[in-house]
Design a protein around this ligand. Structure first.
Ligand code: F6P
Length: 541
């Protein structure tokens, strides 16, 4: 496999960047009155304006040529058809099958993928319906009022983000809570005010071998049994979501109350399947299926739209453009919706666990920079925190602004003020304010340089009619496919996560040294040995 940086399309982009780097967005807009119309694209309900990017029509042509050179078209087809594109784990990558429409067949490696997906969705819908209606009761006969999802990483961030996003659609009087951290403060704080008779635990773990999840689940089980006074209560208050039935049974959960998925669903791509069970209980099976329809709409767009009008392709290519040709390190994601407060955290796992790689799929080292660092906060909070650096700092931070036309509820015109802020920020970032303009406003000469707003800071603006299950599905699918586009250009395996393993193993090796009375002998390095000693001196038992 040739390195993409050796392709003529890569050199062409490097040369083009050198010519474009000195041009300001003010000039690009002045030179091209049709720019906004041409640099607007829609996919499903999503409307993307990418005209405030440091690109011209020529840039886009060169980026699309790079995508063709990287074989993006073939790679998309390979993913959707279930080829083993996760090479280091020799697995298909089929999260798109989680939202296959009923009636559409897909068989991969001899497995009736479509049939299995719908069987699990039906089982989830049936169970959710029973919990929501009160037909499923706790051990003492009381209906469930709180669902606690215990999981971590992809088994937490997806449902936690989506529940927060869609909490206005939680219509059965059932609230969800999410416990992930091995810090005891998480589970203890979550359980503190819960009524055990009305609490259902969903233990979510693809492997059912994750330390954090199993430890928290044991604490929850102990809490429940102590309060309800009977081991038999567990079967009414614990269900599992996993690919590993044997471990679920070992833990003591009835596998009849287990909701399955498969090794071809990556954890960070899984909340539109069984990992979304807590969400489905909150919002109902119908709303969950609307969310799947949103995912599906973007899948279809990604699979079929020409690259020039393909939203995930364009946004992925823009990520490559800034990462590899402008040296940008990070991408801010700035949702102007309080309900999307967990969206940046969710995207951090989706994007960084996927594309934080320094070898290519064939094992050779990468030459290009990979893996944008995603971060963000909902607007307008971020404006009063870190936007100063976005506007006047020395670093280039491309940003995605996400806004909604309709609020779920409005007060005093607040929603329009929220949107006005979004629009003002993207305009100020792009066009800035010159020294002449500031001087003309009467600023003292010494202050003028401090007030100059350089502009030329690139942003995407994604406008969405309203935050609903369907549009949330569309937004998530958009970013899933952006990750895919970038990973394909970089030639990496976006679907493994070996880098997380070493730290887990070392933590297990270190744990005994923290608790033993013996002097620590086996610390991995002198600094860690010294920290272990200090910790042990300070630890009061
Ligand atoms: O952090 C590594 C990881 O393997 C993630 O990829 C995964 O989402 C998370 O741990 C949780 O894993 P599991 O669902 O198997 O408990």
């Amino acid at each position: 496999m040739a390195d993409i940086t050796e392709a003529p399309e890569w050199s062409a982009l490097a040369e083009h960047q050198a010519a474009l780097a000195t041009r300001h967005l003010r000039d690009l807009f002045a030179d091209d009155p049709g720019r906004v119309g041409r640099m607007t694209v829609t996919a499903g309900d999503l409307h993307l304006d990418y005209s405030k990017h440091r690109v011209t029509g020529e840039t886009l042509g060169l980026l699309v040529a790079l995508a063709e050179r990287a074989g993006l078209r073939e790679r998309i087809a390979a993913m959707f058809s279930g080829e083993h594109i996760n090479v280091s784990e020799d697995r298909a990558v089929l999260h798109t099958a989680l939202r296959l429409p009923p009636g559409e067949a897909l068989t991969v490696d001899g497995q009736d993928v479509a049939g299995d997906v719908h069987a699990v969705l039906d089982k989830m819908a049936e169970f959710s319906g029973r919990v929501r209606s009160g037909e499923w009761t706790g051990f003492t006969g009381k209906p469930i009022r709180t669902v606690v999802n215990i999981g971590i990483g992809g088994s937490d961030l997806g449902p936690a983000m989506a529940y927060e996003a869609l909490r206005d659609f939680a219509d059965a009087g059932i609230a969800c809570r999410f416990v992930s951290n091995i810090d005891p403060a998480d589970i203890v704080g979550t359980l503190a005010d819960l009524d055990p008779e009305r609490t259902l635990f969903v233990i979510s773990s693809k492997t059912f071998g994750t330390l954090e999840t199993l430890t928290n689940a044991k604490v929850a089980r102990q809490w429940l049994v102590e309060r309800l006074g009977d081991d038999k209560a567990v079967s009414r208050h614990f269900v599992a979501v996993s690919t590993n039935a044997e471990r679920v049974a070992d833990f003591g959960i009835d596998t009849g109350n287990m909701f399955g998925f498969w090794d071809w669903v990556g954890g960070r791509y899984s909340f539109d399947g069984a990992i979304g069970l807590s969400l489905m209980i909150a919002i109902g099976g119908e709303a969950f299926r609307e969310m799947l329809a949103g995912f599906r709409e973007i899948d279809e767009h990604f699979r079929t739209a020409p690259f020039e009008a393909n939203m995930p392709v364009l946004m992925g290519l823009l990520g490559v453009w800034y990462t590899d040709f402008f040296g940008a390190q990070t991408r801010a994601v700035l949702p102007y919706s309080q309900r999307l407060s967990r969206f940046p955290a969710y995207l951090q796992q989706l994007t960084m666990e996927s594309n934080g790689k320094s070898v290519r799929a064939d094992g050779a080292p990468v030459v290009a920079q990979t893996g944008e660092i995603f971060w963000g906060e909902p607007g307008t909070n971020g404006q009063h925190a870190f936007y100063q650096l976005l506007h006047q700092g020395t670093r280039l931070v491309p940003a995605d602004f996400i806004g909604f036309a309709e609020p779920f509820a409005d007060r005093e015109g607040m929603h329009d003020l929220l949107t006005a802020n979004l629009l003002a920020q993207t305009s100020a970032l792009a066009f800035g304010k010159t020294a002449e303009e500031i001087a003309a406003e009467g600023a003292p000469a010494a202050v003028v340089p401090h007030k100059v707003m350089p502009g030329n800071r690139p942003t995407s603006t994604i406008l969405v009619p309203r935050l609903t299950p369907k549009t949330l599905g569309e937004l998530v699918a958009l970013y899933e496919h952006i990750v895919f586009v970038e990973g394909t250009i970089w030639g990496i395996d976006s679907f493994d996560q070996w880098g997380v393993e070493l730290g887990k193993v070392m933590a297990m090796d270190l744990a005994p040294a923290l608790t033993s009375a013996e002097p620590p002998s086996e610390a991995p390095d002198p600094s860690t040995a010294a920290l272990v000693r200090t910790y042990r001196e300070w630890r009061r038992r």
